[in-house]
Design a binder for this molecule. Sequence first.
Ligand code: PLP
Length: 373
Amino acid sequence: MNKKGLLEKEVLSLLTKAKQRDTSYDKVLSSMCTKPHPIAIKAHMQFISSNMGDFGLFQGTKELEEEVIQMMGSMLGDANACGYLTTGGTESNIQALRTARNIKNKNHPNMVVPNSSHFSFDKIADLLGIEMRKASMDREFKADIDSVANLIDQNTIALVGIAGSTEFGQIDPIDKLAELALSNDLFFHVDAAFGGFVIPFLDKKYDFDFSVKGVTSMTSDPHKMGMSTIPAGGLLFKDKACLLPLEIDTPYLTIRKQHSLTGTRSGAAVAATYAVMKHMGQDGYRKIVKKCMKMTDTLVQGTRKLGVKPLIEPVMNIVALDVPELDEVRKKLRAKGWITSITRNPRAMRIIVMPHMNETSIELFISDLELCL
Ligand code: PLP
């Protein structure tokens, strides 16, 4: 740090230069985050100093959070669900499995997750000392129920199902997993970090949420398809008792107990999420999802004409394309400014069609892909 501070305009100029080196979202096809809605940005700025780590001081923001949780709960099949806004899917998944571990209280606990699970579950295994057992996937990249059943033993504490898998955008058979969880007396967490703000607004209906008996907790992230600001994740429990194993005493704060993983917590992201959900309403999100699904359709139809097929028919706005010479093609696309990512097994080009794209940019991507093949 300098001994003497810089002028504001000097600092702002440094920031502008740094921002220029950041990638703008316009040609980013690899991100599950997007440009936040303008109203979310306004609300974020208005609540920039609110700290939910000591929400006794920020009663107004706390009430916004309660309403957000109620709105998310009713979107996800239970208006009475409880929970809080986290830093993202990773924290929500950690906290859900922490609850499961503390409630089940086994000496050598294990959890059964589908092979398609996000790498946050590797962190959970390491942090919480829970053995991770990975179930195989069926041909459509959904968790294979027989494989899950075979991995359950007397030390299993939890099953995990994914509603909107990171790589394929696939939805596991949540109802069948829930039956397995109920019959084995297991905690059942549904990771809908991405799908939580997509699946309720798709034309096709899926049983994936608290309306399925046996689902105990859910992750759903406003900072992904919810179009809120970062860091806004959501953790919801069916039963209020699930928050108790997370609670610790906070003797020197204005509140007596805290159940979040982080101490200091962004009230700005809470306000942003409240603002965007209130402003968009169900109709607004349905419109966004419709737009993304239409672009997904344009993409798949266009690439098919080039002889490039998706590994599965897209369930949501995530596409895995079977591109030949994948690394070479991605490199050439990168030179044209396009950022794509990959699926691991099988290897394919992974594309997330987010609200920051439009039909024209999708058409441009298809013509650039043709040149790169
Ligand atoms: N779960 C799923 C299914 C995800 O796709 C992701 C992120 O891509 C996460 C969890 C982790 O979310 P975050 O990066 O917000 O911690």
